[in-house]
Design a protein around this ligand. Structure first.
Ligand SMILES: Cc1cc2nc3c(=O)[nH]c(=O)nc-3n(C[C@H](O)[C@H](O)[C@H](O)COP(=O)(O)OP(=O)(O)OC[C@H]3O[C@@H](n4cnc5c(N)ncnc54)[C@H](O)[C@@H]3O)c2cc1C
Length: 317
């Protein structure tokens, strides 16, 4: 992607690899707190670079509320939970009930406190992928679908292996973490931004996708079972939506989905290099948002190597 190329710096995670001494692999890992803001910024940068409008694809901001326990009706120490969460995050603002109502009128009177994250963003993955693919093709980048590639056999100076969990043949410490989600439709609730919910058991979120569509996700289960959504998970997700706003009780179920997230032992993404193959993987729960960030790390690494003429011989396919 020539349009996104910029001079790579020696300060990229590629060169600050924590595990460098441990193996011959380069292993770039971001600090946990850097991920959110960098990811959103990199996503915006990618859209801009490809001339693709991010309107409707990248929903800015998010709100975090603490749900009551819907099953027991137990009153929880809401502020203590939010305070604990706030102490582990940055760039947030505390909101009181009036401020919550001003931002999200449909949540008026439902929560006394919330955390507002102005720098966060949520991506609409299916539409975004289609738009980005169209942007690449418009710039003459060929994309071939339905081709089963073995990275070590691909002929090129560099090969970027981003096969997700399928790359376990080369990355044996990669594991799958099961996630389930539900998509519903209702015109009885309106939200302008994603709402994250501190839930008694799992952190969940509801993302408004426009036209009355809401995605409610996602469970996080240490299991590699690839079966359909379980009844327990569906109930958890639906309960969370219903607790956020009772009008979700009448929503139509549009889709139930389950998949495995490719995850390294520390739950952080990284790039590893084996010869001319760069493995970019471990995106775990944040692949949609962090893929542009990880791609930039790959591009920086390749540009750095090319600039430093570390490649003894250039081959042309
Ligand atoms: C229910 C659920 C909800 C989620 N919600 C969010 C969210 O809100 N925000 C977020 O950021 N992330 C979310 N995620 C996580 C996100 O889906 C993952 O982090 C992301 O998909 C990982 O991206 P990836 O490209 O590394 O792997 P994948 O998405 O698995 O993509 C790998 C691709 O490689 C292809 N492939 C495999 N083998 C080959 C081969 N030999 N040749 C060619 N191609 C091959 C596969 O077909 C696939 O298309 C969610 C995940 C789940 C399960």
């Amino acid at each position: 992607m020539g349009t996104t190329a910029r001079a790579p710096s020696r300060a990229t995670p590629w060169s600050t690899c924590a595990d460098r001494a441990r193996s011959e692999q380069l292993d770039g890992r971001p600090r946990r707190r850097e991920l959110g803001a960098d990811g959103a910024g990199a996503s915006r940068g990618l859209f801009d670079a490809l001339g693709v409008s991010s309107a409707g694809l990248l929903r800015p901001e998010s709100l975090l509320v603490r749900l009551l326990d819907a099953e027991t009706g137990r009153r929880l120490d809401v502020t203590a939970d939010l305070t604990r969460f706030a102490s582990r995050t940055e760039r947030h603002e505390w909101l009181d009930a009036d401020a919550i109502a001003a931002l999200e009128p449909d949540l008026a009177g439902r929560f006394r406190r919330a955390l507002f994250f102005p720098d966060e963003a949520h991506l609409e993955p299916r539409k975004a992928l289609a738009a980005l693919a169209a942007g690449l093709e418009a710039r003459g980048v060929p994309i071939r679908f339905g081709v089963d590639v073995k990275p070590s056999e691909a002929r090129s100076d560099f090969v970027v292996d981003c096969r997700g969990l399928a790359a376990r043949d080369e990355l044996p410490d990669l594991r799958g973490v099961r996630g389930e989600m539900i998509v519903v439709r209702t015109n009885d609730v309106s939200l302008s931004r994603p709402v994250r919910m501190l839930h008694p058991r799992i952190p969940l979120y509801i993302v408004p996708r426009g036209d009355g569509i809401f995605m409610i996700g996602a469970t996080m289960i240490e299991s590699e079972e690839s079966r359909a959504v379980s009844l327990r998970s569906a109930v958890e997700l639906m309960n969370a939506a219903y607790t956020l706003h009772p009008s979700f009780g009448e929503a139509e179920i549009v889709e139930l989905g389950a998949d495995l997230r490719p995850t390294f032992p520390d739950n952080l993404p990284c790039i590893r290099r084996k010869g001319r193959v760069l493995h970019a993987n471990g995106l775990f729960r944040h692949g949609f948002l962090l893929a542009p960030w990880l791609a930039r790390q790959v591009a920086d690494a390749v540009l750095l190597e090319t600039r430093d003429a570390d490649i003894p011989e250039r081959r042309h396919a």
